[in-house]
Design a protein around this ligand. Structure first.
Ligand code: NAP
Ligand code: MG
Length: 494
């Protein structure tokens, strides 16, 4: 295991790419740039190109011409599998380098990036590489003298626009399945976290994945992201980010070429804690991880806890006691409980929620302060508000920060009603020792994933995504492949 000092040295060696990677190499973009700052220190890391409309067009044309050439889209399955496996190996070999890039760019604990994010992404590239030759097409039961084939075909150019909270994983969630079935990809990373994606594009070529299969264009949402959303030659747009920006992509598709749009958006996921929970202290640890892991910047963060009144007080103290293990520190220090918040602006936004809750009837149990360290004020204490009014802003809106809202309830029916009274439907968790209650609630809670006796479970093998304002379409598992293929019917009269 690397020490704080090891990671500081690793960070000192980091090279940050700043230009778009199109058609297999870094290219010049226009004059526009934006600053990439390390939120942990405020230090300027790099001036990054805002690719812009002309660069977006160049990237889409490179992706299209690679797709049309067939070097990847019509390559044998063994070829695609072997290149993707080699790519996965290269990502594993460069895990420390990539983890440092994410930590510097967006403030997460480098130990989490290295020990969790990178292995997950590596696994995902291997998973989809291995899936390529294990899914059969279909033959329909057509009348005698005819043959009806139902084939899955790649769609062409897939564009992906992703957020900053898990830069490497969000890339892998989109790129691995899209690439596996033969598409070419143009990916726009978030402005706060462009560095790992640019390096990964370079590694793809090193792994022998043909030039133009993976193009990465850094840039701002309102310029580069919008141009990608409106581009007439993009077939599929896979988005992960806020519900607000998700709405734009549906509009862009309507205003341009009716490209398919898949949205993984925000959440306000509830954790329902019943008095019959198997182990209340263990449940409090789940609650803490569910809101404070990754500084609370998790789309499926369990940011509201609904707890049965008879264990309410005990549970609130148990959760508050966990806060000590999540004290913010240097993201390069494996001993830090949390890292930095991605930017001063995001920290301002989090503090607006905290200040509004302080002025409400809710009770501040722990935290609530912004912290300055290493010359940066992008740190927030792990925070808990209790007795939060379920109609208040804190109970209803996504904070995307380390702020937990607790509300007590009296009956299962009340807990269920509160859980479902949300604009979102991404995830939910239930702590109960009752098998009947576990089944009843997992059936009735309207969320893409319900975890019983744990919090926010997900894996490569199970689909992930939401209902309602959390979007539609599923990442991960074999089901993700459905987003990146079209069904083609071939009818033969013989
Ligand atoms: P965001 O502001 O919605 O941005 C997501 C991406 O969209 C970024 O690349 C962004 O570029 C781009 N974008 C912003 N405005 C745009 C516009 N007008 N047109 C085109 N593209 C635009 O989200 P974020 O702040 O990066 O991430 C936090 C959000 O992501 C939260 O709501 C969280 O719940 C969600 N999220 C969801 C999942 C999931 O799987 N459901 C996973 C992780 C995160 P810029 O970087 O330049 O703004
Ligand atoms: Mg943003």
């Amino acid at each position: 295991m690397r020490s704080h000092q090891d990671w500081v040295q690793e960070a000192a060696k980091a090279t940050l790419h700043t230009r778009p990677f199109i058609g297999g190499r870094f290219v010049e973009a226009g004059q526009a740039t934006f600053e990439n700052r390390n939120p942990a220190t405020g230090e300027l890391l790099s001036e990054v190109a805002d690719t812009g409309a002309a660069g977006v067009d160049a990237a889409v044309r490179a992706a299209r011409s690679t797709y049309d050439s067939g070097v990847w889209s019509r390559a044998g399955m063994r070829f695609r599998r072997e290149r993707m496996l080699r790519f996965a190996d290269l990502l594993a070999d460069h895990a420390a380098e990539l983890a440092v890039l994410d930590s510097l760019d967006m403030g997460k604990r480098v130990a989490d990036a290295h020990d969790l994010d990178l292995p997950f992404s590596v696994d995902l590239f291997r998973y989809y590489a291995e899936a390529i030759d294990k899914i059969n097409d279909e033959v329909a039961p057509t009348p005698p003298g005819t043959l009806g084939l139902i084939r899955r075909v790649p769609l062409g150019v897939v564009a992906a626009v992703i957020p900053w909270n898990y830069p490497v994983d969000m890339l892998a969630w989109k790129v691995a399945p899209a690439m596996a079935v033969g598409n070419s990809v143009v990916l726009k990373p978030a402005e706060q976290s462009p560095s790992s994606a640019l390096r990964i594009a370079e590694l793809a070529v090193e792994a022998g994945i043909p030039e133009g299969v993976l193009n990465v264009i850094p840039g701002l949402g309102e310029t580069t992201g919008k141009a990608l959303g409106l581009h007439p030659d993009v077939d599929v747009l896979a988005f992960t980010g806020s519900t607000e920006v998700g709405r734009y992509f549906l509009q862009y598709a309507g205003q341009s070429n009716l490209k398919q749009v898949w949205l993984e958006c925000g959440g306000k996921s509830p954790h329902l804690v019943f008095a019959d929970a198997v182990d209340l202290a263990e449940t409090a640890k789940h609650t803490a991880a569910g809101i404070w892991f990754n500084q609370g910047a998790v789309c499926s963060a369990h940011s509201r806890v609904l707890v049965e009144r008879s264990v309410h007080e005990e549970f609130v103290s148990l959760v508050a006691a966990e806060a000590a293990s999540y004290a913010p520190g240097d993201p390069l220090d494996p001993a830090a409980g949390m890292g930095a918040i991605v930017s001063p602006e995001q920290t301002d936004a989090i503090m607006r929620f905290v200040d509004e809750a302080r002025d409400s009837s809710a009770r501040l149990v722990t935290g609530g302060e912004r912290i300055t360290r290493d010359g940066s004020d992008s740190y927030v204490q792990p925070t808990v508000f209790d007795d939060v009014d379920p109609t208040s802003t804190l109970a209803r809106e996504e904070v995307f920060g380390p702020v937990l809202a607790i509300t007590p309830f009296d009956t299962e029916a009340e807990a269920l009603a509160l859980a479902n009274d949300s604009a979102y439907g991404l995830a939910a968790s239930v702590a109960t020792g009752s098998l009947g209650r576990a089944h009843r609630l997992s059936e009735q809670i309207h969320a893409g994933t319900v975890t019983v006796n744990g919090v926010d479970a997900f894996s490569a093998w199970t689909p992930f995504g939401g209902f309602k304002g959390s979007g539609f379409g599923r990442d991960l598992s074999l089901h993700a492949l459905d987003k990146y293929v079209g069904l083609k019917t071939v009818w033969i009269n013989h």
